[in-house]
Design a protein around this ligand. Sequence first.
Ligand code: PLP
Length: 405
Amino acid sequence: MIDIEKIRNDFPILEEKVYNKELVYLDNGATTQKPRQVVDKIVAGYYNTNANIHRGVHFLSQKATEAHEAARETVREFINASESKEIIFTRGTTEAINLVASSYGEHYLNAGDEVILTEMEHHANIVPWQMLREKKGIVIKVVPMNDKQELDLESYKNMFTPKTKFVSFAHVSNVLGTINPAKEMIEIAHKNGVKVLVDGAQAVPHLKVDVKDLDADFYVFSAHKIYGPTGIGVLYGKEDILDLMPPYQGGGEMISTVSFEKTVYNELPYKFEAGTPDYIGSTAFAEALNYVSAIGLENMEEHEIELLRYATAKLKEIDGVVIYGNATHKSAVLSFNVEGIHHYDMGMLLDKQGIAVRTGHHCAQPLMDVLGIEGTVRATFAIYNTKDEVDKFIEGVKKVVSMFK
Ligand code: PLP
């Protein structure tokens, strides 16, 4: 059994009052709060070991370099990649997808080549491919969902043609919570000789991800959604594929030698990390992963799913509630509307009660179109949330409903 009260003590922000009310933070899908250990690591990095990395011979620079490379190794271990050079630090999920769409996409995809996405993608996994479509004339195909908001795997299988060259999909939907059968989808793509990127932004914080077992060609996620700092994330890519890809950005760090006539690029992972990296962020990120590992992702998932089940059952008792995302395999995301109440009004009125939820299209407007709605109210759970908070949330929703009656 995990001790939630002890865990809550690690998150000072949970003590904050909102409009003089206790904060109930249920916007974890957007970003999680940070434990003291992670914030302390950032402070210690700047206070004790700050120096630019890789290029310095002096003591501090070497210490900072060691810490940054140790962080890369922590990430490698966390997702079970083969080599730490397969871990590219980016600014986050969005930049990682842009990197692949730009570097791999511009190099390997041509006019008429098909890229398969799904109806439940975040804009971060749609727009970079549309930008590529504008540049190269690729064709985007979209996997539909069934009425439980699960991907229709038969349609997916039938979508492959000799022109299909890439698949990119979310492991877990940020709106529906649907956990997609990533391993099976990758296997199907590989049978068709097609490379796959998995957007793990909402998966890595909740599920044990093993990139080798999945056999993903690319896997991307952000630190800030797994108790880490903002502004840093990961592109995992298989070494042989990354090796053949051209750099994404040019500058310092990513080169081996430069003259005005010719530049020789650096080896992996540095080839894709132009400029001074967020070496303080990387160590804080590793601290967050160590924090999660110490609690155990399985324990966290169990707790979050229990909250999801409890909240879903309670929410369903309220008249007029419609829940979006009814997949059999679902993560701790609860999207809903109440008939006659705009999602924005619900969010605002919950906020006044100290309850932080997200409202709107959640950066998934195409999904909203498919669902025939403008937006939803979304509660997302993390390890520090409690049943008591769920009760407050449900009472809050009931209060708003009664105000509209
Ligand atoms: N993909 C999914 C599924 C997400 O939920 C998010 C963020 O909400 C992103 C991508 C983008 O992540 P970031 O803003 O950290 O780059």
